[in-house]
Ligand binder design. Sequence first.
Ligand SMILES: O=C1C[C@@](O)(C(=O)O)C[C@@H](O)[C@@H]1O
Length: 252
Amino acid sequence: MKKTFGLGPSGTLMGEGTPKICIPIVAETVEEIRKKAEEISLLPAEVVEWRADFYEDIFVEGKLEEILSMLRVILKNQALLYTFRSADEGGHRMVEKETYYQLNERAAGSGLVDLIDVEAFMDEDSTAAHMRKLQELGVHTIASNHDFAATPVPEEMLRRLTRMQALGADVAKLAVMPGCPQDVLNLLQVTLTAYETLEIPVITMSMGKQGIVSRISGPLTGSALTFATAGEASAPGQIPVENMREILDIIL
Ligand SMILES: O=C1C[C@@](O)(C(=O)O)C[C@@H](O)[C@@H]1O
């Protein structure tokens, strides 16, 4: 039995049924974030990711809470995922582990977000305790790992996803970059295996153009959520949300 859970205001189940669609907000200023959120609130996506690493004032005291309060008001029916992606894993900014953990804890403590992305291997020894703390503050955690340079061998990809579950994550997510078609097929196979063997929902993607098939094949492999764009992409290979919805409707 999958450990599913309800997503945000709608309560739609993560890890069951149609893969959920998540649109990232990739913007630098409060005004841009507000405009993007208003646009996304009308689009067919169950989850909205705020990529806090793109926000110009993220390190200024009190600003994170200000943005989250604004987003919660605008995004009435969608679940909110808070993500600070470190430069080491393809994000916009460098961040010290202590600062990264503090920001995550402030986001969780605000009571305004539903999900928090935690980079599982930033400091593997402290990830489990950190995720537990976030969960105690009332959010679900998505443990994540990104390889923007290559696709590890299948055993290693499966090991990472399995390790995320062992660390106590509510969801395990892996994004890798393919160098050849076989890399994409390997990611798809690993996803199906992880879907069949792990208790928690799994999210995977093979990035770039070559990997696009992995973003639309959740109904086949069991990947529980896919990222799609409204304007700017947060990673290579994401497709517009309207196309994604149509494709998923056809495949399902
Ligand atoms: O982890 C992910 C997945 C992602 O990298 C993608 O490839 O769609 C996009 C990021 O915004 C998100 O945090």
